[in-house]
Design a protein around this ligand. Structure first.
Ligand code: F6P
Length: 363
């Protein structure tokens, strides 16, 4: 197995569950190090067994290491598929053959599973496990890692609330999520945010400021704004921290842009906090431990049955599987008409648009 792409809490729990399940079925397990890179020169592996994975259930990160850059980039941007050099695929295939690998379990997000699909199309026996804090994979209700990231962002909001209230300030919390607003939406609801700004809902500074003033009118002299790093500005622009190469950009900085503009317009004290990689670190939540364990065990079941080219997925209340190709066709975005957004609007949370003024349940 290998772990690929940005890390997240729960990777080690998947590895442990897969190893325990596989050993009981009589398989030996090998981990490839640093994602797909471990499959090619210099091939780097580590043996995995019940003993060296025994205590990693609650540990963040991945004992196999990971990479979201390098030669095995199957996607440029959010939707452009890139064909990986056939020679590289041949080399990886030779490694799997030399090691008599029955099945390769790829634990990864959108980009890594797109790569896994290229492996499958190249004739390799691959099974996918959906991982990412962004929760942007189709065909699974939740990816593991998401709940842990939301817990971290919620904890941050709980802390920002007390200091915001003491100083009567507007606090802007910028969270991750790439081009989707799942983390912002869920943390915003769980942490009592007042305004949630996400890529899926167009917003204006006028509406954000209106919400602040509405709160002040009822004596709430502080406001918590949660913004997804990939939310676009009213101008339609993304805020980009740096160009990461290979058609990828590193998002970041929108929180400060919002804080500055709201401060300029309302003449209030604002502060911006970027939560960044804190959302990727630390222990998995109990939900993620259970989900990761179920996904790891079921991934081995697929290998054992020879059901390759499939990704295990969570379709509550059961774990199932879908073709990897279906899962990576496009990213999964927040539904602006979905029940979570509706409930948030119903309790008065603003999304920076005019629809804030009416409850979705009215009429
Ligand atoms: O996909 C996970 C993620 O944490 C995104 O939310 C974020 O935009 C990106 O990875 C950050 O990547 P890096 O670790 O390369 O800075």
């Amino acid at each position: 197995m290998l772990t690929s792409g940005g890390d997240c809490p729960g990777l080690n729990a998947v590895i442990r569950a897969a190893v325990k399940t596989a050993e009981r079925l009589g398989y030996e397990c090998i981990g490839f190090l640093r994602g797909f890179e471990g499959l090619v020169d210099p091939v780097s592996t580590m043996p995995l067994n019940a003993r060296n994975t025994a205590d990693i259930l609650a540990e963040g990160g991945t004992i196999l290491g990971s990479s979201n850059r390098g030669r095995f980039a199957a996607k440029a941007g959010t939707d452009q598929r890139v064909a990986v050099a056939p020679a590289l695929l041949d080399e990886a295939a030779a490694t799997l053959r030399d090691l008599s690998v029955t099945g390769l379990i790829v634990i990864g997000g959108d980009g890594s599973l797109t790569m896994a699909q290229e492996f499958f199309e190249h004739g390799l026996p691959v099974v996918g496990v959906p991982k990412t804090i962004d929760n942007d994979l189709r065909a699974t209700a939740f990816t593991f890692g998401f709940d842990s990231a939301v817990a971290t962002a919620t904890d941050a909001l709980d802390k920002l609330r007390t200091t915001a209230a003491s100083h009567e300030r507007i606090m802007v919390l910028e969270v991750m999520g790439r081009n989707t607003g799942w983390i912002a939406l869920h943390a915003g609801i769980a942490g009592g945010g007042d305004v949630i700004l996400i890529p899926e809902i167009a917003w204006t500074f006028d509406d954000v400021c209106r919400k602040v003033l509405e709160r002040e009118a009822i004596g709430r002299r502080f406001t918590l704004i949660v913004v997804a790093e990939g939310a676009t500005l009213p101008s339609g622009d993304l805020v980009i921290a740096q160009n990461a190469g290979q058609g990828q950009v590193k998002l970041g900085g929108i929180g400060q842009v919002i804080a500055d503009e709201v401060s300029r317009r309302l003449d209030r004290e604002t502060r911006a906090v970027v939560l960044g990689h804190l959302q990727r670190g630390g222990d998995p939540t109990t939900f993620d431990r259970v989900l990761a364990t179920e996904l790891g065990a079921h991934a081995v079941k697929l290998v054992h049955r020879g059901e390759f080219g499939r990704m295990v997925c969570f379709r509550p209340p059961e774990i199932g599987s879908v073709p990897i190709a279906e899962a990576v066709k496009s990213i999964s975005c927040v539904d602006p008409q979905g029940s979570a957004v509706q409930a948030a609007r119903a309790i008065g949370i603003g999304f920076g648009d005019a629809a804030d003024q009416v409850s979705p349940f009215a009429g």
